[in-house]
Design a protein. Structure first.
Ligand code: SF4
Length: 330
């Protein structure tokens, strides 16, 4: 791999965006931000990060929090296993490491929810180590740079990039180099049509020389998403509505939801209240909602007032139906 470190660092020092986690850099702040930024856009993560830091200013505060409070602060960010792992990891660091993050990437990787990428990001940005952090953004830059047609999701390709990058990490600016590569992928070498005119490594880029920037990375064919038709029941009893907690494992584990199932039939006495679609990574929910008034709270559910419901962590999949209840004043 060409040594891209110099031009990239010079560019980064002039163009780095001011982001909350780039101020007051600590392992804890780098870790939380990196977990949030997996599958979440920077602008969406920014507010969550600030609220999270206000509630849990350090790893010990997060370790001591109860799970529902953590999930509530994560509500709307999606991929909730990230929040559960974050909490589990904080507890381990508090209990086993005296509240101090280990500095070596290999040791960080043994903690819950920390993979190669996050371990590299923490070790390089917070501890100044030569520990590359290779995510989809970085793979995009590097496959374009060398016009590499390998599957960008292949772990072997990421491992090769980690070892080649480790060779060119600038000793005195490891954290900046990690951030610079990420920044280039997020702001210049973007998916679709990159801004090669503003790229500090354009003269070294093989895809650019060939005029084939958009052809890389070469993505494998996607499996089609599964469709599920779901019936959502807004059961109302007086000023309360029925909710239930999802199982501890699987999709949206541990979050609260309105009762729903795979039945196609309208429930007896149910009044249709609209359709909504929510797209997850592997499945799409096509939901049809019904309002059902009941005279007694049925067993098997938790019956909550509006205020109690608003305090629960409910996934955005049910946002439309929360709006239906709001309109009914519930
Ligand atoms: S020249 Fe274009 S394709 Fe190549 S790394 Fe820069 S932005 Fe990406």
């Amino acid at each position: 791999m060409e040594d891209i470190s110099r031009p990239l660092l010079d560019w980064y020092r002039r163009h780095a965006r001011p982001l909350p986690w780039r101020e007051n850099v600590t392992p804890y702040r780098v870790w939380v931000s990196e977990i949030m930024l997996q599958q979440t856009r920077i602008e969406a993560a920014r507010g969550y990060f600030e609220r999270f830091m206000a509630a849990f200013p350090d790893v010990e505060a997060l370790a001591a929090a109860d799970a529902d409070t953590v999930m509530k602060l994560w509500e709307g960010l999606g991929y909730y296993s990230r929040a559960r792992n974050l909490h589990a990891c904080a507890k381990r660091i508090a209990a086993e490491y005296g509240g101090q993050f280990p500095s070596a990437a290999e040791e960080l990787r043994r903690l819950p929810g920390i993979g190669d990428y996050t371990a590299g990001a923490i070790a390089s940005i917070a501890f100044g180590q030569k520990a590359p952090a290779v995510d989809g953004n970085v793979v995009r830059v590097l496959t374009r740079l060398e016009r590499c047609g390998d599957n960008p999701l292949d772990e072997k390709l990421k491992a090769r990039y980690r070892s080649e990058l480790a060779e060119i990490y600038p000793e005195e600016a490891c954290g900046e180099f990690t951030s610079a590569l990420m920044e280039l992928g997020e702001t210049v070498c973007t998916p679709g049509t990159p801004d090669c005119a503003g790229c500090p490594i354009a003269s070294l880029c093989a895809a650019h020389a060939a005029g084939e920037e958009s052809a890389y990375p070469v993505m494998p064919a996607k499996k089609p998403r599964r469709r599920e038709d779901r019936r959502v029941l807004l059961m109302i009893c007086g000023d309360t509505a029925a909710v239930r907690k999802r199982p501890d494992k699987g999709l949206l584990a541990g979050l609260w939801e309105f009762p729903n199932d795979l039945e196609r039939e309208a429930p007896a006495g149910g009044c249709p209240c609209g359709e909504a679609v929510h797209v997850f990574t592997h499945v799409e929910w096509h939901m049809t909602g019904y309002v059902l008034n009941v005279s007694e709270p049925l067993p098997g559910y938790t019956w909550v007032t509006r205020a109690e419901r608003l305090a629960l962590a409910m996934p955005s999949a049910f946002r439309y139906y929360m709006g239906v209840l709001e309109e009914m004043g519930l």
